[in-house]
Design a protein. Structure first.
Length: 443
């Protein structure tokens, strides 16, 4: 090959058009350099930026003959050397361009040893003469960007360092400080922040961009639906016409009877109410033109999960702040301070637990709504399975909550497992899989 020592090799990550260098990575003789999105790789690529790159995409290492080579690790979208797709491994030469999934590019470089510094007019025994042969290691130099990191990493803060969530947190902290002494405003801010955090977790798991104004609007639409006369119609159908009426002394009822009442009066009724905004967003999307049509509408399971869980956030906030917390605060048997404190204690687990409750059921049903749109051949069968499953999980949560908290925890974990499984399957089914992002949790 080139005849230069392999220890002097390195990779430069450059822009696809070759206009700029992003980073430089020295290669190590003892260790293979694996490139991919897996946190265990030696060169880790951001999932949100390089979605087409596999978790462990390619590796650069020494061949048995002692030359540098690049090997494709059976990546989904391929590794290319100077524009040609790589099959297996290939020896590298100075200046070779390594492209991963047509998404990120590296240049292979070999550093030649620097020429010796000539000994000109240096008096014997001087400091310069004594140290003239000591080379300066560039890796030990301290640069301006290292002393002031924000100069070089500022542009990545919003994408890689959760700057926006941090800013939102600071804003809520300041507003909660201001609202101390006003229980209603404090509870509202606290509930919105916790619900937003729970939803953001689901959003990252889904790994697909959806306009935030649409998701917030979905939550508000659910609030409007539940506070409208439409709720009275649902109550009449599911709790008066169908056997969904729950008595105040429901804890003493037979469990199967209680479960049946919860299935009709809570599961079927509330899951359909929360699904209405999902169907509305789908219909709205059909009336738009590209690219808004794809950005806003519900066209696949990931869309259904994102919009469905957003609807559940609105339902949870209204139910918690409009019903459960006021019942505690206004209890005649409690002093006002004690009632306010118990109200906060109830608010936190109810809103935070929505990811195992309302968000889990609505997100799961949303998956089936999106699946019925992506694969319409058996639409009604798909919708029926999703609706009945979500309603059953909802009913089990409500019924077991009146009997045993240990069983309640098991049902909550099961509900979240159903949601998580739906998200993983939705990510695999997504037609836009290569453009989506996803946060992966690994050791």
């Amino acid at each position: 090959m080139t005849g230069l020592p392999p220890k002097a090799a390195f990779l430069q990550q450059i822009s696809l058009n070759g206009a700029g260098v992003f980073a430089s990575y020295p290669l190590q003789v003892e260790t293979a350099i694996v490139i991919g999105r897996d946190p265990r790789c030696q060169i880790i690529l951001d999932s949100q930026v390089h979605g087409g790159v596999s978790r462990q995409h390619a590796k650069v290492c020494l061949s048995p003959e002692g030359y540098w080579q690049v090997c494709d690790l059976t990546s989904a979208n391929g590794t290319f050397i100077n524009g040609q797709r790589l099959q297996g491994c290939r020896l590298l030469q100075q200046g070779d361009r390594i492209t991963l999934a047509q998404d990120v590019q590296f240049v292979f470089e070999l550093e030649a040893s620097p020429p010796p510094v000539p000994d000109i007019n240096l008096p014997h025994g001087s400091f310069a003469a004594t140290h003239k042969h000591k080379a300066i290691d560039p890796s030990e130099a301290v640069t301006f960007s290292q002393l002031f990191p924000i100069v070089s990493t500022g542009r990545d803060l919003t994408r890689k360092a959760y700057l926006i969530p941090g800013t939102v947190t600071v804003a809520f902290v300041v507003m909660m400080f201001i609202s101390v002494g006003d229980p209603l405003m404090f509870n509202l801010l606290l509930a919105i922040y916790i619900a937003g955090g729970a939803y953001y977790f689901v959003y990252l798991l889904c790994g697909k961009h959806k306009p935030w104004w649409l998701l917030v609007g979905t939550a508000l639409t659910t609030v409007l639906i539940v506070t409208s006369p439409l709720l009275d119609l649902f109550v009449f159908i599911f709790r008066e016409f169908l056997p969904g009426a729950v008595s105040k002394d429901s804890a003493s009822e037979n469990f199967l009877l209680l479960l049946t009442r919860m299935f009709f009066g809570a599961g079927l009724m509330e899951e359909l109410l929360k699904a209405l905004p999902v169907f509305m967003v789908y219909l709205w999307g059909t009336m738009l033109r590209s690219p808004l049509r794809e950005q806003i509408g519900v066209w696949e399971p990931l869309d259904g999960i994102l919009v469905g869980t957003a609807s559940a956030v609105g339902f949870t906030l209204l139910e918690t702040l409009g019903q459960y917390v006021p019942e505690i605060v206004n209890s005649v048997s409690l002093q006002s301070v004690e009632g306010a404190a118990l109200g906060v204690q109830l608010l936190i687990p109810r809103v935070l637990g929505s990811i195992f409750g309302h968000m889990a059921y609505s997100g799961y049903f949303g998956y089936f709504i999106g699946l019925s749109i992506l694969k319409p051949r058996k639409r009604w069968q798909t919708l029926g399975v999703g609706y009945l499953t979500a309603a059953s999980l909802h009913a089990l949560w409500n019924a077991t909550g009146l009997i045993n908290f240990f069983i309640l925890a098991v049902i909550g974990i099961t509900s979240y497992a159903f949601l998580a499984a739906a998200i993983l399957k939705a990510r695999a089914l997504s037609p836009n899989r290569s453009q989506n992002f996803a946060t992966r949790f690994s050791k």
